[in-house]
Design a protein around this ligand. Structure first.
Ligand code: GP9
Ligand code: MN
Length: 616
């Protein structure tokens, strides 16, 4: 009492404090609302507001410092918000050292930003106005602020320490998330124990291979050329579709009519490395890590995926991409992946740029002569670019007549996929003209979604176009096609599959016995499909042939959601327990293999144990 009595309450002191607290409430609730915090977690906002208030009381004498610190905090918040719209998650310090990642995101940042996001800076602006004519903020007498600090600090610490709310709060609450992200940095490494390694070796030698039914084994074994084309942002939603009577992907559709095995429930499996993760998982049949991007963090690892395996089986291995060699660290990782030769933008004549690199038409056209000159058996990996966000094409390359209402991300996406399809169609024609087509297997798939959840207008138009809700399952769905000229096989398979399954499936078609490390499965010889996702739908989430299970953001199994894959009806969560556990187990196993650089160990073990090698 005595203490409080001494406190000098100025009339504007209380008023200013109230104004600022209101600003904090507006700021924090805008942030939480925009980053999907459920209403029952609203108490977490109290923690964020308390920490901001704490900051104010601690720095009440240091106006400049308060502004600097607040600005830094708000900038991170702002970054989180934009990142969340794109990735359904907050920023992580583990991703900060990746310049290429930032480069890729800045190209779309403008489209993600909403003017209302400036609300996040409201408290700083108001504070500056309120304290404009003062050298120091005298919002509170020193002792009062000290008392408040003593009350608030333990409250905040206690509130975040209770284990019952800890899982949730570290995912949703701004300060807790970042503190946890920082302190968990060193606990991420895992080593593969000998037992785990032996279990993987055993699984790779037995699993489906014991019950291998031989479907389509060697269907493309006699083909001299293997072309694997990863297509930028190609979603399955546009395949076979018309926009106001205009066929969006006529060339792909034509390929699907004959000699094609088409997987229409195939899914992206990217981590935080977008295109590069699509490549990584496809080439290696491993999960991408999410604590960075695999191409950067594990650039010195020894891998043994598609390029190495095909080389071992007599093919050459070359990659082609019409952008900078350094982007996604490709120039360093490709030799580790097993590519003997890699072509990037400098190897091409750069015409008019589309988005930020070589036009797909130029890319395919100029790649053809390189393919023509190849001798023997060849594996060629082509990564396209023109259908990249923000889907901007020069006027004379927009060939789809769009309605006024679709002059947005959605319409532009259709436009650029149509443009890519034309380039791809010309490539197929080129292969025919050069006499390469008949002697080839052409594999193509999308790297990841084009339309994300961040643009509400595009989302609404997409739903309207599809006639169904635009869920993550729909967003993740990309096409996978094995086009094998002259095979006489034309079939659509609806087994659930993901990028991790491409390598084992391809090996089967090429008639290469799979004695390698592949964590995915051969989709042509498997009964049940399963895809474990890690981003957008976080670790523990999965898609199988019947359902989609999305782990709750607080990581609590019981709070999760599940619905049927095709009709979106709710599914009993309890029935998802096994899939949830399996998803986590597989991702953790893959992570350990990558982190301990054990691929070659396992492959060597497999080669030693393999009877074929024992006989030799
Ligand atoms: C760049 C290209 C695009 O080389 O692959 O990458 P993204 O931004 O889609 O991850
Ligand atoms: Mn991409």
């Amino acid at each position: 009492m005595k203490l409080l009595h001494k406190v000098n309450f100025r009339s504007d002191t209380i008023k200013h404090a109230i104004i600022l607290i209101i600003c904090y409430l507006i700021k924090v609730n805008y942030f939480n609302f925009s980053t999907g915090m459920p209403l029952n977690k609203i108490s977490y906002s109290v923690v964020t507001v308390s920490v901001l208030f704490l900051l104010l009381t601690l720095l009440y004498k240091l106006r400049k410092w308060y502004i600097v610190v607040s600005f830094a905090v708000t900038t991170i918040m702002f970054g989180d918000l934009l990142y969340f719209r794109y990735f359904n998650d907050f920023l992580s310090v583990k991703l900060m050292n990746q310049a290429t990642f930032v480069g890729s995101v800045t190209s779309i940042i403008v489209s993600i930003f909403k003017p209302t996001d400036l609300i996040l800076f409201i408290d700083i602006i108001v504070y500056m106005v309120l304290t404009k004519n003062k050298n120091k903020l005298e919002l509170f007498a020193h002792k009062l602020s000290f008392i408040l600090t003593l009350i608030i600090l333990p409250t905040v610490i206690l509130s975040i320490s209770f284990s019952s709310i800890y899982t949730g709060i570290k995912k949703y609450e701004f300060f807790n998330y970042h503190v946890y992200d920082l302190i968990s940095l060193d606990t991420e490494n895992g080593n593969l124990t000998n037992e785990e390694k032996n279990a993987v070796v055993d699984e790779m030698r037995s699993d489906y291979r014991d019950s291998f039914s031989g479907n389509y084994f060697g269907l493309a074994a006699d083909k001299r050329n293997v072309y694997v084309v990863q297509i930028e942002s190609l979603q399955n939603a546009l395949i076979g579709k018309y926009y106001n009577g205009q066929e969006i992907t006529p060339n792909i559709n034509k390929l699907l009519k004959e000699d094609s095995i088409y997987f229409d429930h195939y899914y992206q499996m990217i981590g935080k490395g977008n295109t590069s993760d699509a490549e990584f998982t496809t080439l290696n049949s491993l999960y991408a890590i999410t604590t960075g991007n695999t191409y950067n963090v594990y650039e010195n690892n020894n891998f043994y995926g598609m390029p190495w395996i095909l080389r071992e089986n007599g093919y050459s291995a070359t990659s082609y991409h019409g952008y900078e060699a350094g982007f996604w660290n490709r120039e360093n990782i490709y030799p580790q992946e097993g590519f003997e030769l890699s072509h990037f933008e400098p190897d091409y004549i750069l015409g008019e740029k589309i988005v930020f690199g070589l036009d797909d038409h130029d890319f395919f056209e100029q790649t053809l002569p390189m393919l023509k000159n190849q001798e023997g058996k060849n594996f060629n990996f082509l990564v396209t670019l023109s259908s990249h966000k923000p889907f901007t094409l020069p006027e004379d390359k927009k060939w789809i007549q769009l309605d006024e209402a679709d002059e947005n991300f959605f319409g532009h996406y259709i436009q650029s996929v149509h443009y890519m399809d034309d380039a791809f169609g010309k490539f197929i024609e080129g292969l025919k003209e050069e006499g390469l087509y008949e002697d080839s297997i052409i594999v193509f798939y999308g790297d990841h979604f084009g339309i994300g959840m961040e643009d509400e207008v595009a989302l609404e138009r997409m739903e309207n176009f599809l006639g169904v809700p635009y869920t993550f399952e729909e967003m993740f769905n990309i096409p996978l096609v094995f086009h094998i000229p002259g095979s006489g096989v034309s079939v659509t398979k609806d087994i659930t599959g993901g990028q991790i399954d491409l390598l084992p499936t391809l090996l089967n078609l090429l008639g290469i016995e799979n004695n390698y490390l592949t964590l995915g499965q051969d989709l042509l010889n498997s009964e049940n499909g399963f895809v474990a996702t890690q981003t957008f739908m976080e670790k523990g989430s999965f898609i199988d042939d019947e359902k989609v299970f999305q782990i709750a953001r607080d990581g609590v199994f019981e709070n999760s959601t599940a619905y049927t894959r095709d009709t979106h009806e709710p599914v009993d969560i309890a029935s998802c327990r096994a899939g949830y556990e399996y998803a986590i187990k597989r991702i953790n196993l893959s992570k350990k293999i990558t982190e301990s650089d054990s691929v070659m160990d396992i492959v060597t073990e497999l080669m030693n144990k393999n009877s074929k090698y024992e006989i030799e």
